[in-house]
Design a protein around this ligand. Structure first.
Ligand code: BG6
Length: 506
């Protein structure tokens, strides 16, 4: 990241500053930004929450968060003290107008102290039902209207279906204009996700092949080993489709399939991404069983450890019908992608923690080699490793050394750790810095959120109307339910095995 200490003075206000998100993600990211000198020279952090605590205890909690979840372990004393000095706490009820008067006074005092018109970044780290209340109160207090200095950052869940997403967009739009609203999908802050555009559009090599003529199919896998951890209450109402597919997986799909942007202007990139969502072939209600599969984990073994089934997790109903695995087959109906299937799958308690996009190219049009030369032959495959072992693998055919012509797949690998030799910034570092810089390229626009919900509506409808009869239907520590295998097998394909840094891809 470039040095940003020349940035305009900024106050970051975290609503819900006493909660989990601030502790685990936001503060560790801010601290790393400070270490890298990527915070504005004049910067203040105001945490607002209902919880009864004082500044000292909050700072200790933040230090604990940095130690546990930060990139660099326990913070050095001097750096920590410098950071702690900019943290203040305001205990308030989010619906209390007096809270916003106090906040305004605090913000004005900083303008006076810095002799500047500071940026105000309001970060919603609260439960989503409070987004609307806070936005309205900020508006009433006169803190939202100036597009030059004030912006609001909201995190998923951005609604739980099309109607609630529209309602949230309306409430935000009543108080902030669209360029002031920064909707986060933290996947877009990941280096490997941003690199998809660099890989595609900064190299002449692949883009000419990036279409229906050369690509057979694409799989996108976002697999987790973890279960629902301490988030059972939220997750049991959400499920994998809402929690992961509506946002992260569809964002990956957009980046892989979008047309080349004319410039890297935020609106241009976002227009091209929305075009993809509009081009995705709608799934008819009566076709949902053919295009979507769901699953829920039973007890099993993950990394040699016995783990409980989803229905026994804390905060989850013992009769829950919530899916912890979802797979979809999608088509992007445009000139570039007509007829190429995109298979998406994600789940919790799967065999391995791995997120990757696999592009399987078509077979060569004529196989000239003798049959015995090509027993191990496979069409080329390009794998974009999102995490872990971030990188790109290209698998192609080569002649095995020896007297006879014998073909074998081999790998060409690029990996971040070897090439760059330093840790990438955490997604939240990138996104927080961009929000402070007023760069919306990596954030989601209202129409994109709605387009994504609209695409999933038939699946949500059918899954809600027809409760699964086979749940739980996959053991923890496997690749998911049989129905996901059937989804792809009906097209004569199988899921491309995720790559690993040590074994060759198949
Ligand atoms: C979040 C989901 O958006 O992404 C979680 O709510 C999921 O359920 C997480 O575990 C995965 O993110 P990452 O960055 O660990 O791949």
């Amino acid at each position: 990241m470039d040095n940003d200490s020349q940035l305009r003075p900024t106050v970051l206000v975290i609503f819900g500053g006493g909660g989990d998100l601030a502790w685990r993600k936001l503060v560790p990211a801010l601290f790393s930004l400070q270490l890298g000198q990527n915070l504005p020279a004049s910067f203040a952090l105001r945490a607002i929450d209902r919880v009864q605590t004082n500044e000292e205890s909050l700072r200790e909690r933040f230090r604990d968060g940095v130690t546990r979840f930060g990139r660099d372990g326990p913070p050095p004393e001097a750096d920590w003290n410098r950071f702690a000095a900019i943290v203040t706490y305001q205990q308030s009820d989010f619906d209390d107008p007096a809270a916003y008067v106090a906040l305004r006074d605090y913000l004005n005092a900083h303008d006076a102290q810095w002799n500047a018109r500071a940026n105000w970044v309001f970060y919603m780290a609260t439960p989503p039902k409070l987004f609307g209340v806070i936005a309205r109160r900020l508006g009433e207090a006169g803190l939202s209207r100036d597009p030059d200095r004030s912006r609001i950052v909201v995190e998923k869940p951005l609604g739980c279906d099309l109607e609630s997403a529209r309602q949230l967009n309306r409430v935000l739009a009543d108080n902030f204009s669209e360029p002031q609203i920064f909707r986060i999908d933290h996947y877009l802050g990941k280096e490997t996700v941003q690199n998809i555009l660099a890989f595609r559009f900064a190299n002449l090599l692949f883009e000419p092949l990036w279409n229906r003529r050369y690509v057979d199919h694409v799989t996108i896998t976002v697999a987790e080993e973890i279960g629902v951890e301490h988030r059972g209450g939220y997750y049991d109402r959400a499920g994998a489709l809402r929690d992961m597919v509506q946002n992260h997986l569809l964002q990956l799909l957009c980046l892989v399939t979008m047309e080349p942007p004319v410039s890297f202007d935020a609106e241009e990139i976002r227009n091209k991404k929305v075009d993809v969502l509009h081009a995705v072939r709608p799934i008819a209600h009566h076709d949902v069983h053919e295009f979507a599969a769901r699953g829920q984990y039973a007890e099993g073994w993950v990394k040699g450890e016995h783990v409980c089934g989803y229905r026994s997790e804390e905060g989850v109903s013992p009769q829950s019908t919530t899916e912890t695995f979802a797979a979809l087959k999608l088509f992007v109906d445009n000139w570039r992608w007509q007829g190429v299937p995109f298979y998406l799958r994600t789940g919790k308690r799967l065999m391995r923690f791995v997120s990757e996009i696999s592009i399987r190219f078509r077979a060569v049009p004529h196989q000239a080699f003798p049959i015995e030369a090509a027993l191990d032959w496979q069409p080329a495959r390009l794998v974009i490793r999102i995490q872990p072992d971030e990188g790109i693998v290209l698998r192609f055919q080569a002649k095995q050394p020896g007297g006879r012509m014998h073909l074998r797949p081999v790998d060409m690998r690029f990996n971040y750790a070897d090439t760059f030799q330093r840790a990438s910034p955490d997604a939240y570092e990138t996104l927080l810095a961009d929000a402070m810089r007023n760069d919306a390229t990596l954030f989601i626009r209202a129409d994109q959120v709605e387009a994504a919900w609209s695409l999933l509506t038939p699946v949500l409808d059918v899954w809600a109307a027809v409760p699964p009869s086979d749940f739980p239907n996959y053991a923890a520590g496997t690749w998911g339910p049989e129905t996901a295998e059937v989804l792809i097998a009906q097209d004569g394909r199988t899921w491309l095995q995720p790559t690993s840094p040590h074994t060759a891809v198949r």
